[in-house]
Ligand binder design. Structure first.
Ligand code: LLP
Length: 427
């Protein structure tokens, strides 16, 4: 990738030496390249705009929820897919406009709905129950809320089963066959007006075909609903475009090939209907994943059944390998262009056998004190980190053209105790 390079044996990220960063800020450490995120966003915008003028990219804030990241994307003009009141608050705090947000979720609380109503944020509904609740809450506030329903397109998605969401059996969305009933119910509501439609088929999808199929299902539904009297302001195709975690395997689809697969399907139907709603997408991973490396120090090396490289970051900081068996490239950041000298399994410090970041990798001879870089850690890395095993979450650094500054400090022992209350009988 263009933002990563090697200089004097050291892995560099946008002009910053990772070995120096690790020395200055300590490890483990997440390091994020701001420019890469801006480039990814602009890549999407230009690819989509080639097909249709009314497009919007809503960043899926769950992928990396650091307020600074959301701010960078707000500066670029992005909106956000928010999936909780917390994410909604952060998107507004980052400077995003309420009309550029969509409040998603299949299990929203009354408080979530109230917040959306209060802030003027559109809501994507996942059930008729949610419709009734939101209608009531909006009525109580004397407001009218614009909504969409999430459609379940019943598409078989080639990805890890835990992150495929568009299957008929998934908990998300309303089956395409029942969607007209849902919109009829919404049209009959006093305080809710349906203006959009939403879908998200899953994550880490490396083939554009399912997205084209999804767009087709969506546009059939849009056509039917338009004839029913729904006046569309947006059609949200969701996120899910995958990235090539394996740098030596096949490439992921480009933003252009994604746009080429979905946009013509949409624009041909929209042209026929003579309407021009905005087309939205909700990428998370493909916006931020390759922007970030996780730096982790080698505490010890042990030759046993395998050669284990014991590092200071585990599934407390990057759960993806343990949770989805996912692959991340790893390299020795302080000897980045040395030839491989052995096969190593990179293991975290957590007290579980499953705490393995990388299995059986060919690396230069690794010794205690080396610095390992785990690549493509920008999506669902820090955002899924925990304090398991009494470990505070590590710091995050932002880099930009050779400059580096903290964007979150590491948690301390005091932070681990920060929310603690003591029941009276234990005082
Ligand atoms: N929109 C909705 C409604 C979503 O639920 C998601 C992701 C996205 C957009 C963004 O999808 P993306 O472009 O990032 O694929 N933790 C898992 C991924 C979970 C995805 C959850 N929803 C992982 O680390 O692979």
């Amino acid at each position: 990738p263009p933002h990563l390079s090697i200089k004097n044996q050291h892995l560099m990220i946008d002009g910053c030496d990772t070995v120096e960063l690790a020395f200055k800020y300590g490890t483990p450490l997440y390091v994020t390249d701001e420019t890469r995120i801006r480039d990814n966003y602009r890549g999407y915008v230009s690819a989509l705009s080639d097909h249709y003028p009314h497009i919007r990219v809503l960043y899926a804030a769950k992928a990396n929820g650091n307020l600074n990241i959301i701010k960078i994307l707000a500066q670029e003009g992005a909106g956000a897919d928010v999936f909780s009141s917390g994410e909604l608050h952060m998107a507004l705090l980052a400077g995003m406009k309420p009309e550029h947000l969509l409040f998603n979720g299949s299990s929203k609380t009354e408080a979530d709905h109230r917040l959306a109503v209060e802030k003027g944020v559109r809501v994507s509904l996942d059930s008729l129950d949610e419709l009734a609740q939101l209608d009531r809450i909006a009525g109580e506030a004397g407001k009218v809320v614009e909504v969409s329903f999430r459609v379940n397109p019943a598409i078989d998605v080639p990805t890890h089963p835990k992150i495929a969401t568009g299957l008929a059996t998934s908990k998300f969305g309303i089956p395409a066959a029942e969607i007209t009933d849902a919109y009829a119910a919404a049209l009959a509501c006093k305080n809710v007006v349906p203006v959009g439609i939403h879908c998200h088929i899953g994550s880490q999808i490396l083939d554009v075909e399912p997205f084209a199929k999804e767009a087709q299902v969506m546009m059939e539904v849009v056509e039917e609903l338009h004839r029913m009297g729904v006046r569309f302001k947006f059609v949200d195709l969701g996120g899910g475009l995958g990235v090539a975690y394996d740098h030596f395997g096949p490439d992921a689809p480009t933003f252009a090939s994604y746009a080429n697969a979905v946009m013509p399907v949409c624009t041909s139907v929209l042209r026929r209907l003579g309407i021009q709603p905005e087309i939205w997408i909700e990428p998370g991973r493909s916006m931020v994943c390759d922007s970030t490396v996780l730096l982790t120090k080698v505490n010890s090396v042990k030759k046993a059944h395998k050669t284990f490289v014991n590092v200071d970051a585990g599934f407390n900081l990057l759960i993806r390998p343990a949770m989805y068996d996912s692959y991340h490239e790893v390299l020795v950041a302080n000897r980045a262009d040395e030839e491989p000298a052995g096969t190593y399994t990179v293991t975290g410090p957590i007290c579980e056998t499953g705490d393995i970041l990388a299995h059986d990798r060919k690396l230069p001879g690794v010794v205690a004190g080396d610095l390992i870089a785990v690549l493509d850690a920008g999506a669902y890395g820090y955002s899924m980190a925990s304090q398991y095993n009494g470990r505070g979450r590590c710091a995050e650094v932002l880099v930009r053209k050779g400059q580096a500054e903290l964007m979150r400090r590491a948690e301390t022992i005091d932070d681990l105790m920060a929310n603690l209350e003591t029941p009276s009988w234990l005082r």
